[in-house]
Write a protein that binds this ligand. Sequence first.
Ligand code: A2P
Length: 333
Amino acid sequence: MSYTVAVVGATGAVGREMLSTLERRNFSVMRLIPLASARSAGKSVTFLGKQVVVQELRPESFAGVDLALFSAGSAASLEYAPLAARAGAIVIDNSSAWRTDADVPLVVPEVNIKAAFNRPRGIIANPNCSTIQMVVALKPLHDAAGLKHIVVSTYQATSGKGHNAVVELLEQTKAMLAGGAPRSEVFPASIAFNLLCDWKGGEGGYSEEELKMVRETRKIFGDESIGVSPTTVRVPVVNGHSEAIHVQFHRPMTADEAKRLLRGAPGVELMDGPYVPGGHPQPLTASGSDAVFVGRVRDDLAVPGAINLWVVSDNLRKGAALNAVQIAEHLLQ
Ligand code: A2P
């Protein structure tokens, strides 16, 4: 079988990665329909060596579409994902619009692919990038000992906020190196030479991003009792999210056991050499790879039976485009 595939947001950071992921994984695309805002209509994207003209997203864009991959923000997904589903497409939505809807499965193939087969609205939600890499790393540990409490601090790259955010990081960096002042339009302050908590506010002093990590982790594992204590931080990295994770379990875990469980786990690449400076997973080298890299697996020094991990992955790939395409592969290929 070969499929008609629409990519909504095809000119964006994740949309472009979706196109290259479909190419790289030889997804059977009979026809590609790249969709974006009116601003991009008439521009073209390259797919399988050919130029394909971008069309403006419209209600009628989904006639004959088998698979619609959405990454154009929540407003576009709220309005258009149901229309695409009604037109008969399988919709995989990378925005946060549908993630908490009880009738929309939230899927990471390595953890809960079965959920993708029950989709009352015809929509499947792709989780938040930080959540995806964390649950891929924690899945084998959860199966063995049951997750009780996760304390996670993120170090998130600018590409997670879109193409314009990366451009702003680079321009601010150039301006400051030249002795000038950084201009901030995408970020609330300079991200160059700085760290920011730049997400919208949630509840209780937490950002929306932090609350996503709590809710989405529980939904994906199907366990509302899992405690998640998140702090999300944006760092001046172009691409690749990193996370320091402390995990407590329902029975004691050791670093040695965790390494045994993680070695060869689906989607995971374990880096378990002895500690040497720089010998850990890094965003610069993880960028452009499919794996979730796990390193620095240590017994916690203060909490017996708990462990600490350092987890790095390409947020545009496994954190977004690759996860969406993997779900599609399970359903269509
Ligand atoms: P456009 O390039 O025409 O603005 P990023 O996350 O890198 O900023 O990309 C966002 C993607 O979503 C782009 O492809 C953008 O198209 C698209 N997009 C944003 N808003 C809409 C909208 N209302 N309708 C269709 N596409 C949209």
